[in-house]
Design a protein around this ligand. Sequence first.
Ligand code: TA6
Length: 306
Amino acid sequence: MPENRSSSPRTRTPGQWSFTRWVTLGHLEALEVHHPLFSATLVLQGAHLVRFAPADETDWLWLSPTARFEPGRAIRGGIPLCWPWFGDPSRNPPAVRRHALTHDAHGFARTALWALADVRESAHEVEISLSLNANQDFADLWAGRALALATFRFSVRGVELALTTTNLSEHPLAFSQALHTYLPTADITRTRILGLGHSQYIDTLDDWSEHTQYGPVYFTGETDRIYESAEPLQVVTPGRTRTLTAVGSDSTVVWNPGPEKAARLSDFPDSAWKTMLCVETANAGGDYRVLNKGQSHTLGVLIGRK
Ligand code: TA6
């Protein structure tokens, strides 16, 4: 796991905001939003949203009860940003793979220190932007050069997250990525995902073979699939339905570790697989993106209520 790195000196302005303030989570700095309509916690390391809830509601995101907040350590839960590659680099297309200079899953953005770019507050919403300049400071991890800008917009409607990548190099840049959203459920065996019916998917547990989805996605054990679709989704769990609407994506990753893998995961209680799932808005597999010099691409998701 690459150590905690910053692409620029930390510009930490005193909290001159109405609803937003600096806090420390474990050993990490974070911005905590306490708005009359919602609350949220955004960790600077990884531009990692770990909590969001409208007023009088329970958290919309799942965060491991054993998550650790340490420099250079990925946080288990919330919405990790997998960038500038998704998953195992060796499982990426050659154009993406050749830029990755480590074997770490999910790139290095989630353990890098992002810089605060902007905070905007209003009576109805709060928007926070963080940036990561993946320049020569990351030359031992990645052969690319790009600027990543993560913008979070919180409101009573939900969370909008947009991750914009701009190619700063002189050459075309191929990359993959995912907004690795962890969602809670009261019972994974009574949970289903609507909106992926009739789409093709790669089953990483069945030798990465292609399959067709018929009807809702149910969970009967470890599930780890890359769907070649990014239609609007409904995640139906006992007592609540969450909607996920993607932009800039043609792939969706669905993951639940099941009991055996759960026992091997870091910062993850053995039984936690029963009360969480990941539904990840992505540019993964064949949906990787290529940017020419100066070009940008935005991957986004709106997590809302039905
Ligand atoms: O998104 C699915 C996945 O790639 C799974 O294969 C599993 O490894 C999961 O991500 C968690 O990855 P992490 O590195 O956060 O433990």
